[in-house]
Design a protein around this ligand. Structure first.
Ligand SMILES: [Zn+2]
Length: 334
């Protein structure tokens, strides 16, 4: 059964999700859905869970919301982080989706790990983390369950972004530079208030590995329309009206105009909303599947708060990320 937030409730939710970001600034390239989208997805995914999980996840919904963006924040701090967010399917030729081994060890044997890391590993990373979260449920490790749930939600969400599945990830190869932030940040931030993102209960995934590859294939199938509609619209749109200036705090930023954004959104005909809804359900499905596969442990026995050690660790990680130099890390670095 689907339901919508009331308008005032949506406004409050938006305000919460936008804390720490800016509605008008294009998100940094590596942020995938942007801070807004990742926070929204982890939050909504909680409501797809069964009653036995809902209490624990609702108690920690702010943790899961705020930490939804942590994998992007540590991109410049943690070596090897960048490739976990994407897969350039077109690097492997037109039959990539049928020839790429779904087992990481098989892919390494075939292509070599350096090559795999260069072109992204998001589905293999999600499969790896599925095992880690299942193990955390098995040993009833509350800190690890929270940390891995937040992270896994992020990577599953990344796999649902069409431009995370192509080497032309920012339109840089086709004269459409900036399209990444337009599709995944500007459009949802501007227009998602009217989306219906409730999906019903998350299903158990009988083959979680195949489910994430199906998500990547679905995203990749949307790449053509993401690029083509923007190109077609640009050809017909008044050049001086494609971009505009908007105020973000004390900063004036140049971004896609509201008129252009709305026109592009209309051409996409609900695509961003569909992908957000799909990602919400898939994140919930991964969390639920890990819990079921771990034997459905009683989450009511877990602590109500992350441990003091875990909170210290999180604070330290946040400080490191904030202090990290602004450098370009290879792998969808624009
Ligand atoms: Zn990401």
């Amino acid at each position: 059964m689907k339901k919508r937030y009331s308008k005032p409730r949506r406004a409050r939710l938006l305000a919460l999700l936008l804390t720490g970001t800016c509605l008008l600034l294009p998100a940094p390239r590596a942020a995938a859905w942007g801070f807004f989208g990742h926070r929204l997805l982890n939050r909504l995914a909680v409501y797809t869970l069964p009653p036995e999980m809902l209490g624990f996840y609702k108690a920690h919904i702010d943790y899961l919301t705020v930490n939804a963006t942590r994998p992007d924040s540590r991109r410049v701090v943690v070596p090897g982080e960048a490739p976990r967010h994407f897969l350039d399917i077109d690097r492997y030729g037109p039959d990539a989706l049928t020839i790429l081994p779904h087992k990481y060890a098989d892919a390494v044997a075939r292509y070599g790990e350096d090559s795999l890391l260069r072109h992204g590993i998001v589905p293999w990373n999600v499969a790896l983390m599925k095992g880690q979260l299942t193990a955390a449920f098995r040993r009833q490790d509350g800190d690890a369950i929270l940390r891995l749930s937040a992270d896994l939600g992020h990577y599953v969400a990344d796999a649902c972004v069409p431009l995370h599945t192509t080497r032309n990830y920012n339109g840089q190869l086709t004269g459409q530079r900036g399209i990444h932030g337009l599709w995944e940040s500007r459009l949802p931030e501007l227009l998602s208030v009217d989306y219906d993102l409730f999906t019903g209960p998350a299903p158990h995934l009988s083959d979680a590995g195949e489910a994430i590859w199906a998500a990547v294939a679905r995203s990749n199938a949307a790449v053509d329309s993401v690029l083509t509609f923007e190109r077609e619209l640009t050809a017909t749109f008044p050049t001086d009206q494609k971009y505009g200036y908007e105020q973000c705090g004390n900063v004036t930023v140049r971004t896609y105009s509201r008129e252009f954004s709305r026109a592009y959104h209309a051409r996409l005909n609900g695509q961003v909303e569909r992908q957000l809804r799909y990602a919400t359900r898939l994140i919930g499905a991964f969390w639920y599947t890990c819990w079921v596969d771990a034997g459905s442990p009683d989450l009511g026995k877990l602590p109500a708060q992350p441990s003091a050690d875990e909170q210290l660790r999180l604070a330290q990680e946040a400080r490191q990320a904030a202090a990290a130099p602004v450098v370009s890390v290879p792998g969808h670095e624009e």
